[in-house]
Write a protein that binds this ligand. Structure first.
Ligand SMILES: CC(C)(COP(=O)(O)OP(=O)(O)OC[C@H]1O[C@@H](n2cnc3c(N)ncnc32)[C@H](O)[C@@H]1OP(=O)(O)O)[C@@H](O)C(=O)NCCC(=O)NCCS
Length: 189
């Protein structure tokens, strides 16, 4: 029997996606990036790659998540990742992170790095699930509240490992939506 279709579709972020990215960004980050930052990332940073997540394969469906990866020498740095609040807690963050790490591995990176708020426990759980470990701390890193950032890294971005983790994460998502058609996604405008 064929596997049920995945409930999401991943594509490179385009300039026309920025308004939808910003609508999510303002809801999930206390220190939101501006649309100009995204515009510059897409047009003037040759070391970056951004992905968007939509329900199913419809190019005109609303975005439910997005994230980026920068190639920094051997390291794939994840500058941002986020999901629409209605779509958090379902395993989609795992899938999106793994898609970003696979892009980083394709760019030639052999490890991954990121910063996360000390209060960002859901994000830290996501990163630990995917073999990130805390390696340091940046004091007073966030301008809005002076919060520290944890520096987390993952050693080893082997393609086979990443694809196996992605398959497991996708299987998990499908356990939440056995019919491949989650009600919450169907309810999107
Ligand atoms: C952080 C964020 C991207 C995580 O995405 P998410 O889809 O909510 O999180 P996950 O993929 O971890 O899935 C949530 C739950 O699914 C389960 N799950 C996910 N993948 C799983 C897997 N492969 N196997 C078993 N369980 C799994 C876990 O129970 C997890 O819950 P837990 O973290 O309480 O253990 C999202 O919450 C978000 O956008 N937050 C706001 C923005 C933000 O903080 N971004 C990070 C900045 S550093």
């Amino acid at each position: 029997m064929p596997a049920p279709p995945l409930p999401y579709h991943i594509a490179p972020m385009r300039l026309e996606d920025i308004p939808q990215v910003m609508a999510i960004e303002r809801r999930i980050f206390s220190l939101a990036w501006s649309s100009g930052v995204y515009r510059r990332e897409l047009t003037a940073n040759p070391w970056s790659h951004y992905l968007v997540m939509r329900p199913h394969a419809g190019g005109h469906r609303p975005l439910i998540g997005y994230g980026g990866v920068w190639q920094m020498d051997q390291a794939a740095h994840i500058p941002t990742i986020g999901l629409h609040p209605d779509y958090q807690g379902l395993g989609l963050g795992s899938c999106l992170l793994l898609h970003l790490l696979i892009v980083g591995q394709d760019m030639g990176c052999s490890e991954a790095t990121l910063e996360v708020r000390v209060s960002g426990l859901a994000a830290q759980r996501l990163y630990r699930r995917h073999r990130f470990v805390e390696v340091g701390r940046r004091r007073d890193y966030y301008n809005d509240n002076g919060e520290d950032a944890l520096i987390m890294t993952r050693e080893g971005l082997a393609a086979a490992d990443l694809h196996a983790e992605l398959a497991a994460a996708q299987a998990f998502v499908l356990t939440r939506w056995p019919a491949g058609q989650p009600q919450r996604m169907a309810a999107l405008p």
